[in-house]
Structures are given as structure tokens and as C-alpha cells.
Design a protein around this ligand. Structure first.
Ligand code: INI
Length: 156
């Protein structure tokens, strides 16, 4: 059996963007750090890495659409943190961010990482932003690197 899978090695010269929501930036800044660290430790050159900042997770899908439409990026890593509050706002923002990112990724057929936390408490967010549950920004970037290599291999 032939196994086809992407390597965890950044391809030099292929530009990647991180899109990060500033809302809950105490958390999302840590996700960006994790993503950048993962990128560098897998052979990336930070000159090929752009950070696009948006106000919150709701703005991520359209920024993603524009980033991919520009043709500048081979892949995008989306980061943010949606934390449940006392109202249904959380459900609307997290649903729009998730659906929007998925549909833009399918439209462009390029690797898109989803490192947007959707959590009930700030403690759960802290756990996933560089403490006991790891760093979801780093995980999302590693996924982007793997999928970019996989698509390079299987695309015609
Ligand atoms: N944006 C987030 O990224 N996380 C949140 O937890 C959040 N909450 O809870 O309100 C949030 N709201 C802002 C939203 O993403 C938009 O920026 C805002 O509605 C303006 O369009």
C-alpha cells in the first residue's frame, strides 16, 4: 500500500498568512506565538509569514476570502478565541466563524487551518493557549504545513 501524506516541513518561498482576531487578545496573542514558533521550528522563514489582524472572530472569514483572492498566499492559518458569555452571542459568532472559514477554504481549495478556540470559560482558553492542553495556534499551523505538502503531492 502506498501511503500519501504531507511532510511537516515548510516549503521555502511559499507565503503563509496568519489571520488573528484581536478580541480576547490575551489568549489570541499566545495562539499567534504558538503558530509562529511552530512555523519557524518546521523550517519556515518569518519573511514568508504575514500576520493579518482583525477585530474578532466574526471578521475572520471575509479577511480569509480576501487574503486567498489576492493570490499572495499558499495557505492561511486562522486564529481567534470565542469565549461564552451570558448571552447567545457566542453561538452566533462561533457558528459564523466556523462555517465561514470552512466555506472559503472549499471555494479556494487551499490549506486553511482553524485555530479558533470556542470555549465556555477563560480557563479553558488559557489551557489551550500554551498551557496544559497545549497551544491550538501551534497545532493549526502544523496542520497547515502538513496539508500544504499533501496538496503539493496530490494536486495535478
Ligand atoms: N469576538 C471574538 O473573537 N471572541 C469573542 O468571544 C467575542 N464575543 O464574545 O463577543 C467576539 N465578538 C466580536 C465579534 O467577533 C466582532 O468583532 C464584532 O461583533 C464586530 O463585528
Amino acid at each position: 500500500m502506498n501511503i500519501v501524506e504531507g511532510k511537516l516541513q515548510v516549503q521555502v518561498g511559499k507565503k503563509i498568512a496568519i489571520i488573528n482576531g484581536r478580541f480576547n487578545h490575551i489568549i489570541t496573542d499566545r495562539l499567534v506565538e504558538g503558530a509562529e514558533d511552530a512555523y519557524v521550528r518546521h523550517g519556515g522563514n518569518t519573511e514568508d509569514l504575514d500576520l493579518i489582524l482583525v477585530p474578532g472572530a466574526f471578521e475572520i472569514p471575509l479577511a480569509l476570502e480576501k487574503a486567498l483572492a489576492s493570490g499572495k498566499y499558499e495557505a492561511v492559518c486562522c486564529l481567534g478565541a470565542v469565549i461564552r458569555g451570558a448571552t447567545p452571542h457566542f453561538d452566533y459568532i462561533s457558528a459564523e466563524a466556523t462555517k465561514g472559514v470552512a466555506s472559503v477554504a472549499l471555494k479556494y481549495g487551499k490549506p486553511v487551518g482553524f485555530g479558533v478556540l470556542t470555549v465556555d470559560t477563560i480557563e479553558q482558553a488559557i489551557e489551550r493557549a500554551g498551557s496544559k492542553a497545549g497551544n491550538k495556534g501551534a497545532e493549526a499551523m502544523i496542520t497547515v504545513i502538513e496539508m500544504l505538502n499533501l496538496y503539493t503531492e496530490i494536486d495535478v
